[in-house]
Design a protein around this ligand. Structure first.
Ligand code: S3P
Ligand code: PEP
Length: 757
């Protein structure tokens, strides 16, 4: 919002900046640039600094007398070193107007608040402690930069005595200069900063000093390459400032240092004792944690990033918008990412196995990563993922450890439901949480049968997450007739059955995906299958072995539909899993007239795979056979788009399960179709869609990955662009979708936007 067009009243009349260095000078510059105050005054002991400030146009006036500098100001920003804050506040106090708000930029809050309370006396409620987290290695007024605070965080730490209206005005100022403002208790701030800023600075100073004191230090520095330079960049920071910070935040810094010392001792031990597992454990956990915070800082959609956001409210989510333009066709050969259902199960079973399992083709999407992270949190050493390869060092059926915090399942129903079954048999308690969408999905469907087995499980309001599982229960095998066709419920019961006395069996009303049964077999645990009933015996041991995860037919489905509806298309999708419990989408599209061929059918570790070849073909509307519904359950959003492009009507019934997926997929698809002008009628358990030409428009995916990707494909046949909102969750099942689709010929742009889900 640069100062241009319509004049608006400035936020403040007269702002006094005390201490015109990088931090104070940059705020002065930003206030100037944005027209946020009529007058900016500076107070500084140094005439040279004041002259520079005037010469650079940062301030209108300056005074060496701080009480004079603040006279008549409605906002005072103190940006002097923390150690001098008490004296500075005392010096300016006599000049403060009654309603003046005072705020600061000190990087330690507890000590500054104590000083401010003493120095300001009855004016203390108008003091708003703050800390802009921004800086450069350069210092001084000449480094002032109006953009310094843009997209940086500012933490305000008001006390119970702080006047909320003063906090609100300071917050408005920081927001106006482009910062993201958050509030935090002062001691929390000091602890967090000790760990994330003060400790790394201390380590950088210490490492450089330690090496410099050695006799041959010039040698070391001459040959020190990137690692040394990267690690010690911050040792160039201002020693006086850091001296103050270490002193003022003494307790929290010492605590952080003690924590670090424990960590470094563990590292030393592992090297000394050639403990490869411990060493790899430290580094793979560190890799994962770093990926987590990078994603958080870059505000990418990322399960682990969102987790932290939920916990701390620290960052706002970026939730991209897809803009898909009409026309085009799809051509080429493209491998879609690994199967999501199998990736979840691979991590789970490999973790419970004895020995090391190498998984190839693992889906590096958020849902599968949520499962992976959960097992890391329960002490399993997992290397990767790296180009789809994951190496899991199994801990055996009883080797999981209690996690230190609730396990976050993100957007993933499969993770939460399967884990509920698996955790019901553990000796420790666990809690499973999820994002906004998952928190609305039914969990009693798994908790119910598990309780029949003797598990103790609490679900949240209305039977939804969080799910609390009380460990240490003795489970007994049951026979459970599934009330709905759900592979997740079936799998949860079978996984609990591994821990139960005797046999556990489930009978399903219609066939659903059987990856759990097949993969258990692959790990050497026999699953007896008798018609619709599958049975496992408790206490079996899982034996590790290599696993290959084929490409996900659910992800291929978007391309099967896209190539079918866009004239002139021909696509080859290699190595797709074609387990007969998953191929409903191929059967349905073929019934509609699609031209899809399965080439090179083969077996891959107990799962059938093939290369799919699809060519565009005129589609016709059909009545979808009910028995195909569970075999295509995740593909209906894409099938609805095929129906919209078909000649005649397509009718789906018996699909009420679609209402409890990541969104209500019947209603949300119907709303999107309505936006494009596609005629349809909604039923409780399905939909009727009348095919024909349709337009563009704006569609809300409701954060549902499959809805977003389906409407992207619809653009191939729309007469105008389709804008699809809230597409971040595409990364749950199909990271890289936009690039892959674009490479095949879809005109798709991804725009960043900052909407919260
Ligand atoms: O077991 C699985 O991996 C899945 C089962 C299905 O859910 P339901 O069991 O709820 O039908 C499916 O929708 C989901 O994407 C994955
Ligand atoms: C329903 C789905 O997944 P989940 O239940 O694991 O969230 C899906 O991927 O379409």
């Amino acid at each position: 919002m640069p100062l241009m067009s319509a004049p608006r009243p400035p936020l403040f009349q007269r702002v006094a900046i005390i201490g015109l260095g990088l931090i104070g000078g940059s705020l002065a510059a930003a206030i100037r640039e944005q027209g946020l105050a009529r007058t900016v005054v500076a107070g500084s002991r140094s005439t040279r600094t004041l002259e520079q400030g005037l010469a650079l146009g940062l301030i209108d006036e300056g005074s060496q007398d701080l009480a004079v500098a603040v006279r008549g100001a409605d906002l005072v920003f103190v940006a002097t070193p923390v150690s001098s804050m008490g004296a500075v506040l005392k010096a300016l106090r006599p000049g403060l107007a009654e309603r003046a708000i005072v705020t600061d930029g000190g990087s330690v809050k507890g000590a500054v608040i104590a000083e401010a309370r003493r120095a300001l006396g009855d004016h203390f409620p108008r003091f708003v402690p703050g800390h802009p987290i921004a800086g450069k290695e350069k210092s001084g007024v000449e480094a002032a930069d109006a953009g310094l605070y843009r997209q940086h965080r500012v933490i305000l730490t008001p006390t119970p005595d702080t006047d909320p209206s003063a906090t609100a005005r300071v917050s408005a100022l920081w927001a106006a200069v482009g910062a993201e403002v958050l509030e935090m208790a002062p001691d929390h701030h000091d602890r967090v900063l000790a760990e994330t800023s003060h400790l790394p600075h201390l380590l950088a100073f210490s490492l450089v000093d330690t090496l410099a004191r050695q006799g041959d230090s010039t040698e070391i520095f001459r040959y020190a390459a990137g690692g040394f330079r990267d690690f010690t960049r911050i040792a160039s920071s201002d020693p006086v400032m850091w001296h103050d910070i270490f002193r003022e935040n003494r307790d929290a810094v010492l605590e952080a240092l003690a924590l670090f010392r424990d960590g470094i001792d563990r590292f030393q031990n592992a090297i000394e004792h050639n403990d490869d597992e411990a060493l790899m454990g430290v580094m793979t956990r560190a890799n994962a944690a770093r990926a987590h915070f990078l994603a958080m800082n870059e505000r990418t959609s990322y399960t682990r990033a969102r987790h932290s956001d939920d916990e701390t409210g620290m960052t706002q989510q970026s939730n991209p918008t897809f803009l898909a333009r009409p026309g085009g066709r799809l051509n080429g050969r493209l491998r879609v990412p690994g199967d999501k259902s199998m990736s979840h199960r691979a991590i789970m079973l490999a973790s419970l196995a004895e020995g090391t399992t190498t998984v190839e083709g693992f889906l590096e999407g958020e849902d599968a990563l949520a499962t992976l992270q959960a097992f890391r949190d329960m002490g399993v050493l997992i290397e990767g993922p790296h180009h789809g390869q994951v190496i899991v060092h199994g801990v055996g059926l009883h080797g999981l450890k209690a996690p230190g915090k609730p396990l976050y399942m993100g957007n993933s129903g499969t993770s939460m439901r399967l884990l509920t079954g698996l955790l019901a048999g553990q000796a420790f308690d666990t809690e499973l949480t999820g994002d906004e969408s998952l928190s609305k999905r039914p969990m009693e469907r798994v908790a119910g049968p598990l309780r029949e087995m003797g598990a103790r499980i609490d679900t949240g309001e209305g039977g939804r997450p969080p799910v609390r599982i009380h460990g240490g229960q003795t489970l007994k095998g049951i026979h459970y007739p599934l009330p709905m066709a759900s592979a997740q419920v079936k799998s949860a019961v079978l996984l609990a059955g591994l821990y139960a006395e005797g046999e556990t069996s489930v009978t399903e009303p219609a066939p659903t995906r059987d990856h759990t049964e097949r993969m258990l077999g692959g790990f050497g645990v026999p699953v007896r299958r008798d018609g619709a009933t599958s049975t496992v015996a408790g206490g079996a041991r899982l034996a590790a072995g290599p696993l290959d995860v084929p490409a996900d037919i659910s992800s291929a489905a978007f391309f099967l539909v896209g190539a079918s509806i866009a004239e002139g298309s021909e696509l080859t999708l290699p190595h797709v899993g074609v387990n007969p419990t998953r191929t409903g989408v191929i059967d349905i599209l073929k019934l509609m007239g699609a031209d899809i061929r399965l080439e090179n059918p083969r077996d891959s570790g107990g799962e059938p795979v093939a290369d799919l070849v699809v060519r565009s073909a005129p589609l016709k509307g059909i009545e979808i056979p009910r028995e195909l519904v569970p075999l295509a359950i995740d593909e209906f959003p894409a099938i609805f788009i095929a129906a919209a492009c078909a000649q005649g009507e397509t009718v789906l019934r018996g699909a009420e399960e679609l209402r409890v997926k990541e969104s209500d997929r019947i209603q949300v698809m119907a709303d999107g179709l309505a936006a494009l002008g596609v005629e349809h009628e909604v039923y409780e358990d399905g939909i009727r869609i009348v095919g024909g030409p349709f337009g563009g428009g704006e569609v809300d995916s409701h954060g549902d990955h499959r809805i977003a990707m389906s409407f992207a494909m619809a653009a191939l046949r729309a007469s105008a662009p389709i804008t699809i909102r809230r597409c971040a969750n595409v990364a749950t099942s199909f990271p890289g979708f936009a690039e892959l689709a674009r490479g095949a010929g879809l005109d798709l742009e991804v725009h960043a936007s900052k909407e919260n889900e």
